[in-house]
Design a protein around this ligand. Structure first.
Ligand code: HEC
Length: 239
């Protein structure tokens, strides 16, 4: 018992002496199992075919996380038309006045030849409607739109009722309900009049989902052309 105790003390002292005594204070001295102090950190963009001078030809040509090629965009989803349509950049541009009114600095139409808002009338909702999509749309609407537009979409949200804000339309008004899904997308994406742009707040997929929900409270009503000459049509708004 006594002998082994002396042995243990001697051994420990030797070990401490080995590890503790070093001449160069900037060096760690003898390290017992250095891998436990410094694990080989796995990092992106590193060739693991060559680690600490050891070459592993099996790993040498394996792809790790590579930087994406120039001018490409990340794509999530399946290669079906619905995923493609929501992942490709939005083709319609904001008109130049919106850089001032809505703080938009990218994707602005500089020439006035094309009216992208009018063109957006032809865009269809690329996401098929389903109970889940409508539920998601409702959730987003409640969180991000309802305070202005009102629970029923009548333009009487708490912001309006409090008197802090006005000019919010009722989606069911004839000139509002006659707008196509594509135009609604454009207005939500870039903003319209007193409404700000939502393109940095919602993904394209989310906007299309909200539109599916909006259609459940305000179905599209085709516009009936005014025939009475007593009521000339107001000039079409630019955005
Ligand atoms: C700060 C208040 C506010 C918020 C928040 C807001 N809107 Fe609006 N929205 C407005 C106003 C005001 C208009 C009317 C713009 C105009 O026609 O001049 C409008 C217009 C619209 C239109 C266009 C109707 C048309 O005639 O084409 C749609 C669609 C719409 N909003 C959807 C949404 C959705 C969806 C959200 C939430 C993601 C949202 N809005 C959030 C205030 C708001």
């Amino acid at each position: 018992m006594k002998k082994s105790f002396i042995q243990l003390v001697t051994l420990t002292t030797m070990l401490i002496a080995m590890v503790a005594c070093k001449q160069d204070p900037t060096k760690p001295g003898l390290e017992y199992m250095p891998d436990m102090y410094r694990s080989p950190a796995i990092e992106a963009y590193v060739d693991y075919g060559e680690v600490r001078g050891r070459t592993d030809n099996n790993k040498k040509r394996l792809l790790t996380a590579l930087t994406p090629p120039l001018h490409t965009i990340p794509f999530y989803g399946k290669m079906d038309s619905a995923s493609l349509a929501v992942n490709l950049p939005y083709q319609r541009l904001a008109n130049s006045a919106m850089s001032l009114s809505h703080g938009l600095f990218e994707g602005i139409e500089r020439s006035s030849e094309i009216n992208h808002y009018d063109a957006s009338a032809a865009d269809n909702n690329p996401i098929p409607s389903s109970a889940a999509v409508v539920a998601k749309g409702k959730e987003l609407y409640t969180a991000m739109c309802q305070h202005c537009h009102g629970e029923q979409g009548d333009g009487q949200g708490p912001m309006v009722k409090s008197g802090a804000y006005n000019g919010v339309p009722n989606y069911k008004d004839a000139d509002r309900a006659s707008k196509s899904d594509g135009q609604w997308f454009y207005s939500i994406y870039y903003g319209k009049g007193m409404m700000g742009a939502h393109r940095s707040l919602l993904s394209k997929e989310e906007i299309w989902s909200v539109i599916h929900y909006l259609r459940t409270i305000a179905p599209r009503v085709e516009k009936v052309e005014a025939t009475s000459p007593a009521a000339p049509a107001a000039p079409a708004p630019k955005m």
